[in-house]
Design a protein around this ligand. Sequence first.
Ligand SMILES: *Cc1c(COP(=O)(O)O)cnc(C)c1O
Length: 430
Amino acid sequence: MKYYSTNNPNHKVDLKEAVIKGLAPDQGLYMPERIPVLPEEFFSTMHELSFKEIGYKVIEALFSEDLTKEQIKSLVDHTLDFDAPVVEVEKDVYTLELFHGPTLAFKDFGARFCSKMMSMLQEKHGIKVLVATSGDTGSAVANGFLDVDGVEVVILYPSGKVSELQEKQFTTLGKNIKAIEVNGVFDDCQKLVKEAFLDADLNSKLLLTSANSINIARWIPQCLYYFYAYSRLPKEGKKLVFSVPSGNFGNLAAGILAERMGLPVDKFIAATNVNKVVPDYLNGAAFLPKPSVQTISNSMDVGNPSNFFRLLALFGGDEEKLKEKVQGCFYSDESTKEAMVEVKKETGYTMDPHGAVAYLGLKAFMKGHPSAFQGVFLETAHPGKFRSTVEEALGEKVVLPERLAAFMEGNKKVETMENDYLQFKNYLLA
Ligand SMILES: *Cc1c(COP(=O)(O)O)cnc(C)c1O
């Protein structure tokens, strides 16, 4: 299978180049040149398969030209190492819990798949993955890449500017995960990484890559849990709607990829906080990126969503088709907190602020279509990750899962560095 750039369909590369480069040279996003459609029989018998068995079939359909059966099995086994249960919250309203991975957020799926795939595609010298982080990306990538052969991860983060729990999640692992505490801000870290990618001398000596969130190896595996959720729903002859809390829109685009592969999804809800560039677009405005605004669902504080052109590409560039399938909506912090309180009171279920935004979008849609639909909202993070917001809204304690609490015990191991490119380069070469 070849992958084309959304900026130029004639620019095509093979899987390895798409994964190692991440972004096309013309800044476009890579997309598979064909979207395989799975046979009807797969969907009718899916409920008998495990999450991993579903994963083998879907990944095989996409990657069988490029990877062996054994490689596909080991990729899926490594990625789907934890469950994604569908939990009934109210009648016809379900949540898909995507927070049972090592860092308690759905980004664990993409990070784990990406690390394993890079390790398969690299040749004998090994790859260095450079990551600048303001918190969450560092922890998902670090934990996803831990112990993966032939891949070393170097994480740069601004000193004193990430939460203690976030810092612990990527500075205590050791092994193939190196952390650099930079005396500067996030933008300095990002600049150091960019400079390294542009340094021809450095790139002639090392194989550098980025594990960026737009990388197909992080994007594609996210379609798997949509298939799995479908297989676990009672259905009862109803239509199906997924509501996806969105920032860069990779998660939603992966849901649409599943639909394009044949998964019977009738509607998607693109739910955001007040960073609502995409809902505005879906409701008729032009696509107009804006500076982001800070909210309590801060992993969705994105003003220029990087996967937007993937949404369009999935419909062959047809805006009308996209708008027919995907409905946009957005919510304030106020409404989000009210929803968290209301659902807790009525059902006992604790939502995190991101899931709560998706819940609101789903409820608004269901109200307009009484009893015709079953709806699933995606819970993208454990409420313990946004503990102070959740505790403040609910007025009660949130218990941290043991595996998150365990990070707090580890010892921080870092290199400290000035905001100085030469120092960084010498570190990489040493
Ligand atoms: C990253 C993230 C999102 C947004 O996902 P996109 O794929 O960027 O739309 C939503 N919720 C949480 C908790 C996240 O970490």
